[in-house]
Design a protein around this ligand. Structure first.
Ligand code: HOZ
Length: 429
């Protein structure tokens, strides 16, 4: 498989874009090769600038649950574009998408649209601080909530991939308001809450951590956080940017039956266009300007193209049996992979919730970031390159999740299982 055009495009990009990419993990640095440049995609496949075809398990890092270029989503975007791409004024579509979101998440009484997951989490935290009048926040080691200053502390994949726990450029004075705890360790959270009595505005977490691979919550963890937050007047922010409309229509909160006070959404609700949203209890949301004093705004918030893509996507997800199909395909892949990994001498550990998954290069199980970093990342890099050469596109980092779409066929999954078997046998040599 040749990557002549991708190499050329990467060299050209590097002369005008830092590192040649607009988001660091895309540079493939931790997997020991240069990135492929994508030309187009359709269904479960993406095609690079050299015309190579890949079965895609990145899915734009989660949004493409329908597969790429679903005709109804493409049609919705085209029709909307013909009537104007952006007005910076309210449209009926914003209310329509907000209604769909509120109906899917009973704890979202009101929701505000923004343009990215980063904006959603950043704004939700400001709102939690404004509502409680407290400054400190608590996040989990290895959970990523976008790149706002106070959230870039021990923030999982983007940073872990490059071996830096906290980004330079985040003032120590900001970082000191961010407390961090071990994912799945409720006792540590309780100790921090006691030590910072009535100072913590919010606890924010990924209900299934997808930026250190795929780490499900242990039984009792989410329930314990919910109880603690209610007792201590702390706002529980559940960041479902990755898991929302992915692991169930109502996200991880539906799956685990635990509800946040505020919820962050992104990825799937934009159908592949730039969207984020944050919402929750009316009493908290009413603190937002113009009803309340907490300021938050955006020229492209509620953008017509993004709203249309989101509405078309959510309507398709409501079709009978949609999540059943995602589960069946993911289970099929899981069973196939377990067979080939089980007979390999290379240590691997597969973790999955619904249509998101990860193969760690270690025995596992992985319950926290400290566990995740025990993985053999060199081995992962070799595996990644071997899979790419066989036409399988995985996330280029041990600390990112893989995503199933409804467009993946049994042939795709069988080809993937065969490719994994071949890659592992190469690694075992
Ligand atoms: N770490 C981000 C996803 N979990 C990367 C996103 C991107 O590069 O597009």
């Amino acid at each position: 498989m040749e990557h002549v055009q991708s190499e050329k495009l990467f060299a050209q990009a590097k002369s005008v874009i830092p590192g040649g990419v607009n988001s660091p993990v895309r540079a493939f640095k931790s997997v020991g090769c240069n990135p492929i440049f994508i030309e187009k995609a359709s269904g479960s496949k993406i095609y690079d600038a050299d015309g190579n075809e890949y079965i895609d398990f990145v899915g734009s890092w989660g949004p493409m649950i329908l597969g790429h270029c679903h005709p109804k989503v493409v049609e919705a975007i085209q029709q909307t574009a013909a009537a104007g791409a952006s007005f910076g004024a309210p449209t009926a579509r914003e209310t329509e998408l907000a209604e769909l979101v509120c109906a899917a998440y009973p704890n979202i009484e009101k929701v505000r649209m923004v343009s990215s997951g980063t904006e959603a989490t950043m704004s939700a935290i400001r709102l939690a601080r404004g509502y409680t009048g407290r400054d400190k926040i608590l996040k989990f080691d290895g959970c990523y909530h976008g790149h706002a200053d106070s959230l870039l502390v021990k923030a999982g994949s983007g940073l872990a991939t490059f071996g830096v726990p906290t980004s330079p450029g985040v003032p120590a004075d900001f970082a000191k308001y961010t407390l961090t705890a071990t994912y799945n360790d409720l006792d540590e959270v309780k100790q921090l809450v006691t030590a910072n009595n009535k100072e913590i505005a919010c606890i924010i977490l990924e209900p299934i951590a997808g930026n250190m691979g795929c780490v499900p919550p242990l039984p009792g963890f989410l329930e314990g956080l919910r109880e603690l937050c209610t007792a201590e007047g702390i706002v529980l922010i559940i960041d479902e940017v990755m898991t929302g409309f992915r692991v169930a229509y109502g996200g991880a909160q539906e799956r685990y039956g635990v509800r946040g006070d505020l919820v962050c959404l992104g990825k799937i609700i934009g159908g592949g266009l730039p969207v984020g949203a944050f919402g929750g209890k009316q009493e908290i949301m009413e603190c937002l300007s113009p009803e309340g004093g907490v300021y938050q705004a955006g020229t492209l918030s509620g953008n017509p193209l993004a709203m249309s893509a989101g509405i078309a996507t959510l309507k398709l997800l409501q079709e009978e049996g949609f999540y059943q199909q995602i589960e069946e395909k993911s289970l099929y892949l899981e069973k196939g992979l377990q067979q080939v990994t089980g007979s390999s001498s290379v240590a691997t550990c597969w973790q999955r919730v619904g249509g998101m998954f990860c193969t760690y290069f270690q025995q596992g199980p992985v319950h926290s970031f400290a566990d995740a970093v025990q993985s053999d990342t060199e081995q992962f890099g070799r595996f990644f390159r071997s899979m790419l050469a066989q036409g399988i596109n995985l996330a280029p980092s041990q600390f990112e999740a893989g995503f199933m779409s409804v467009a993946h066929t049994q042939v795709d999954l069988d080809r993937t299982i065969t490719a994994v078997e071949r890659s592992l046998s190469q690694l075992a040599v």
